[in-house]
Design a protein around this ligand. Structure first.
Ligand SMILES: [Zn+2]
Ligand SMILES: [Zn+2]
Length: 336
């Protein structure tokens, strides 16, 4: 089968003829991939930020149809359309019993720790599958990671948001454009979308963002002006550079919350400032199975629409380059 694999850090992926996956456990499932979204984390893997065992097939944002099931699998059969949660979990550890899939003690991450979906077929387990009947499998592929990560961050933000509150969404890319829609569905906050690309700010407006700020100017000054000098209740950082971290810390109001989703920078905050302004800094990591189920349901109800661009598997390196330069609107999805 064809697969886009990383053989060496900092090098382009190579399209190779890889081995068809093997079912080794009764709960294993092989999915014929229909959509595999490209994520900044794929770039980070190529850059060696995460040390993985190479060669590796990337791609952790997948949909497809069931091809084969292990002998213990019930409820799914060949050709069933599915969205695949990006981690395989054991189901019996304390975290799994609490529903926190990302904390599973026996977690295996497709496209990170084991082969992912930039391929014709991928192995996962039945616990990771969500039914996607009636949905366009390319359009919903980004739910499995971009959407999932966005909904978890928005759920962390939502309890503190009230009518008249302000939320800054830093970065209107794959995650940010979904987060804006979720904030609209789940809260009554005023959204301030911040990006450096004008077309992304126009998209934020179309999606219902009350304010947009071009970060090439002075985003701190503009956000403070919009919020009457108080700052935002929540800053959602979907970019994660040193600059965006610093911007977030400077635009928080007293009692504000900084939710870190994008990563790469270092957060510097004097403890005296943290106490004086009673700030909260919270990391947010992908999302659990239930959160993915909520997203699929929101999509089914027509309340969430991911903007996707389709590419062939052989365009994978071109897609990763576009991701790096920030020129993609919405999410790029490979169709192996
Ligand atoms: Zn990702
Ligand atoms: Zn577990």
């Amino acid at each position: 089968m064809r697969a886009a694999r990383l053989f060496e850090y900092h090098k382009p992926l190579r399209i190779v003829d890889a081995d068809y996956p093997q079912i080794k456990r009764p709960d294993h499932v092989i999915v014929r991939i229909r959509g595999a979204g490209a994520c900044h984390t794929d770039l980070h893997v190529v850059e060696g930020v995460w040390r993985v065992s190479l060669p590796l097939t990337l791609g952790h944002e997948n949909t497809g149809v069931v091809e084969e099931v292990g002998e213990g699998v019930e409820g799914f059969k060949r050709n069933d359309p599915v969205v695949v949660h990006p981690v395989m979990t054991c189901g019996v550890c304390r975290a799994c019993r609490a529903g926190e899939d990302m904390y599973c003690e026996n977690l295996e991450f497709v496209g990170m720790g084991r082969d992912g979906g930039f391929a014709e077929f991928m192995l996962t387990s039945v616990r990771s599958l969500i039914r996607a009947d009636g949905l366009d499998l390319v359009e919903v592929a980004p739910l499995a990671d971009a959407g999932l990560t966005a909904i978890r961050a928005v759920k962390k933000a939502a309890p503190g948001l009230y009518p008249g509150s302000f939320t800054a969404v830093i970065g209107v890319g794959g995650l940010g454009h979904i987060a804006i829609q979720l904030l609209k569905q789940m809260t009554t906050t005023n959204i301030i979308a911040v990006d450096i690309v004008e077309s992304k700010l126009r998209l934020a407006e179309q999606l219902g963002s009350e304010y947009v700020v071009n970060a090439r100017d002075d985003p701190v000054k503009e956000v403070m002006a919009i919020t009457g000098g108080r700052g935002v209740n929540v800053a959602l950082d979907f970019v994660g550079t040193q600059t965006t971290h610093e911007t977030c810390l400077r635009i928080l109001r007293k009692g504000g919350k900084f939710i870190v989703v994008g990563y790469g920078g270092v957060i510097n905050l004097r403890s005296a400032d943290m106490i004086a302004n009673e700030l909260t800094i919270e990391g947010s990591l992908v999302g659990n199975y239930i959160e993915l189920q909520d997203l699929v349901e929101l999509t089914r109800l027509g309340k969430l629409k991911v903007i996707t661009n389709r590419y062939g598997l052989d365009q994978v390196n071109e897609v990763l380059d576009k991701l790096k330069t920030g020129e993609l609107i919405g999410r790029a999805v490979l169709t192996p």
